[in-house]
Design a protein around this ligand. Structure first.
Ligand SMILES: [Zn+2]
Length: 386
């Protein structure tokens, strides 16, 4: 089988083409088709394959083995006939923007910080880039700014197969040893790299590069990056989000941080006031409690810590079984206490009677019940206690 002529290598902007069907064999419920030439890019080098149509058949997968490109299509095609191919151009154009942007950013990170790109995949919604060294937020911001300057310079992106003697004189990035001819891409002077993928013809067509996130990964840094139309969409979504948060906080994008800090300060003050009021409540309830008698108290508004505190304070005064309940979620939260005793049996009985969950130590248990009726729980505890 002769190698398939790769139209996407000489002109990555070919969207429709004609070719001769050389092979068509059944492959499960679909068909494997080989052509004399194709503009369909096969999966490889971190770039997903193209999709589209050959005649009226849909192309769902494209793979290359030994220079021969196989298209997985939805219907049989007549061998020896000419067929028209149509690339899903929106998908391919997106891949070209992401791929070229990745070169510009990888080359920039390599030049600035000696970082090697050791992993690359055009995923969804972001492009994944694994860099070989740790990178700080400041370094990434600098590289992002310089990469976007390369885009604004709108320099040519060139792909070619250098003669072996010329290749030997060049210094270029390469992720792995390459068998056969090496294809180089020069991304506007920002990167020189061995690559089989498709790229836009000038850096300006990348539009923009935005690093969305960075995390430590295998001693280096894993980046999530978006380029081109994806960068526009992600920035638009982030601004829409920020504007909505700004409306809630009576603030605006760019001034959200102090507004959130004010909110956190106010929340911390409220928590302090709640804790102080729960302390005062626990003292008051303990004063009102009768020593030696079961106490079942309803304290809506108390949080988990408050329930515990009230239960311990009251039971220390009564020296008897004490239950404190508060409405919360879909039911009632509870705390049970008996100084020197074991509340685990009553806790278990309560959970079984009211679809609850929780437990604890012999003297103290805490949990929640799938029941909203305080009186039902109170009656159950009174009967249990008798
Ligand atoms: Zn490339």
């Amino acid at each position: 089988m002769p190698a398939t002529a790769k139209l996407y290598e000489t002109d990555p902007y070919v969207q429709t083409f004609t070719a001769t069907v050389l092979v068509c064999t059944p492959a499960g419920e679909q068909f494997a088709v080989q052509l004399d030439r194709t503009a369909f890019y096969p999966e490889g080098g971190g770039q997903p394959c193209d999709t589209g149509a050959l005649g009226t058949a849909l192309v769902t997968d494209v793979q290359e083995h030994g220079g021969v490109i196989t298209h997985t299509v939805s219907a049989a095609l007549p061998v020896g006939q000419t067929v028209e191919g149509r690339i899903d151009w929106a998908r391919r154009r997106d891949h070209m923007e992401q791929h070229t942007g990745e070169h510009i950013l990888s080359g920039t990170l390599h030049r600035l910080f000696g970082a090697e790109n050791v992993g690359f995949h055009i995923g969804s919604p972001a492009v994944r880039m694994d860099m070989s060294v740790p990178l700080t937020a400041g370094q990434l911001a600098e590289a992002e700014a310089q990469a976007n300057a390369v885009i604004r310079a709108d320099a040519p992106v060139r792909c070619w197969y250098p003669a072996p003697e010329d290749l030997a004189k060049l210094t270029y990035r390469s992720k792995k040893e390459i068998d056969g001819a090496v294809r180089l891409v020069d991304a506007g002077g920002a990167d020189l790299c061995a690559c089989c993928g498709t790229h836009v013809s000038t850096t300006g067509q990348v539009g923009a590069i935005k690093i969305l996130s960075a995390q430590s990964y295998k001693g280096g840094t894993r980046l999530a990056v978006v380029c081109g139309e994806r960068a526009h969409q992600s920035i638009a979504a982030a601004w829409q989000d920020a504007a909505a948060v700004g409306t809630l906080l009576s603030s605006a994008p760019g001034r959200l941080l102090p507004a959130v800090q004010n909110l956190q300060t106010a929340e911390a003050a409220l928590k302090q006031r709640l804790a102080a009021m729960q302390n005062a409540l626990s003292e008051a309830l303990a004063q009102a409690a009768v020593p030696g008698q079961l106490a079942v108290l309803h304290c809506d508004g108390a949080d988990g810590d408050g329930l515990r505190r009230i239960c311990l304070t009251v039971s220390a005064r009564t020296n008897a079984l004490t239950a404190v309940l508060a409405s919360g979620g879909q039911g009632l939260a509870y705390a049970l206490c008996l100084p020197g005793g074991d509340v685990r049996p009553v806790c278990k009985a309560l959970n079984e009677a009211f679809g609850g969950r929780g437990g604890g130590k012999p003297g103290f248990c805490q949990g929640s019940l799938a029941c909203t009726d305080f009186a039902d729980v109170q009656n159950f505890l009174v009967n249990y206690h008798e």
